[in-house]
Design a protein around this ligand. Structure first.
Ligand SMILES: Nc1ncnc2c1ncn2[C@@H]1O[C@H](COP(=O)(O)O)[C@@H](OP(=O)(O)O)[C@H]1O
Ligand SMILES: [Mg+2]
Ligand SMILES: [Mg+2]
Ligand SMILES: [Mg+2]
Length: 344
């Protein structure tokens, strides 16, 4: 068996299960029930359900491994109606294929709370974003179920489920009548792969586009200008000679997209001096892009440090690009940003 083969199988089945749950919830429009968390980001029953399922699969297969997960059950504990709704959906999935995985509402909450680990630069841990791009999910756009295995602060395995990305990498995200739903995955040193979420067509290796000049590149960026600096990113694109309009989408679908050459460069320049990026928003994407021929750093060229806790507090911003042009992109980012750590 190759390195991390068992972990990969577990992660793929957990992400597949959770991705299908989120689709089912979206179809039933139950995703419309949102509650506000402290940070005012929408959190839906799908976020809770997906975190419960993934953590239950991890608890079954790797009971010793801690998990850094985005959600916790506090909101559910204070809202019995919402808790019952989430349990109803999770129970359905469990009864269909995994009898006994989670036995009742209380165990479901306990599974959600298995994601409370503080993080560490020593040993193994998983990072989980049960729905990345909650806003994209709510608007029927891009979102992703993201799971990564981190060892001693380095990402070793990344899996991203993107239920709304076209299977065909040449189809635009708005294309009509195309099959949607992919899972992208990578183990450090073994390449990046994509498979369909719904059919058993197997894994296909993916690589970034090799571009000889940045002028040929396409930028991928957040939809939310509150998460990443659209105006400055536009100036940088112009300085790089880029003429193609930026492709905007929510979530780590951006990493999955550039890893397969649908788009080339992902920039995330901070708009806030105090915000610390969360490890679960980047861990899977970093190994997938690196294994597809890319380089990922912060805006100062420093490697993202996943051993600092639940956030990337040693880093600011993200630049992901094909290895051959990353240096040039850095140079232009530095020129435009100067010593500023906040952009607009
Ligand atoms: N001020 C901020 N700057 C950068 N990212 C932020 C932010 N506020 C929230 N986010 C994060 O941005 C993520 C979505 O990224 P994107 O804009 O690329 O879709 C959110 O993930 P969730 O949707 O999982 O909460 C959230 O963690
Ligand atoms: Mg969130
Ligand atoms: Mg997220
Ligand atoms: Mg999330």
């Amino acid at each position: 068996m190759s390195y991390l083969a068992t972990e990969k199988q577990t992660a793929l089945s957990a992400v597949t299960l959770a991705s299908k749950l989120t689709e089912k919830i979206f179809r039933s429009l139950a995703g419309a029930s949102t509650v506000s968390k402290d940070d005012k980001s929408p959190v839906t029953i799908a976020d809770f359900g997906a975190q419960a399922l993934v953590n239950a699969v991890l608890a079954r297969d790797f009971p010793e491994d801690p998990v850094v997960g985005e959600e916790d059950s506090a909101v559910l504990q204070g809202n019995t109606e919402l808790k019952a709704k989430v349990w109803d959906l999770v129970r359905g999935v469990v009864e269909e294929g995994l009898p006994g995985l989670i036995k009742d509402e209380e165990e479901m909450c306990a599974m959600i709370d298995r994601g409370s680990y503080a993080g560490s630069d020593k040993g193994r841990m998983w990072a989980l974003d049960p729905i990345d791009g909650t806003k994209g999910f709510l608007r029927g756009g891009q979102y992703a179920v993201c799971l990564a295995l981190i060892k001693d602060g380095e990402v070793e395995l990344g899996v991203i489920g993107c239920p709304n990305l076209p299977v065909d990498k040449t189809a635009g995200i708005e294309a009509e009548g195309v099959e949607r739903g992919i899972i992208t995955h990578a183990i450090k040193g073994q390449g990046s792969f994509q498979r369909s979420l719904h059919s058993d067509s197997g894994d296909a290796q993916v690589t970034m586009r090799t571009i000889s000049s940045t002028a040929e590149a396409t930028f991928c960026e957040s939809v939310e200008s509150g998460h990443s600096a659209h105006t400055t990113q536009h100036s940088i694109a112009t300085a790089l000679g880029i003429t193609a309009p930026s492709v905007r989408m929510d979530s780590q679908s951006k990493y999955a997209s550039i890893a397969r050459g649908s788009g080339d460069i992902y920039l995330r320049l901070p708009v806030s001096a105090t915000y610390e990026e969360k490890i679960w928003d980047h861990a899977s994407g970093v190994v997938i892009v690196e294994e597809a021929g890319g380089k990922v750093t912060d805006m100062f060229g420093k490697r993202l440090d996943f051993g600092m806790g639940r956030t990337l507090r040693a880093n600011k911003g993200v630049i992901a690009a094909p290895v051959g042009v990353h240096g040039r992109v850095m140079e232009v980012v530095r020129g435009v940003m100067g010593d500023n750590i906040v952009a607009k």
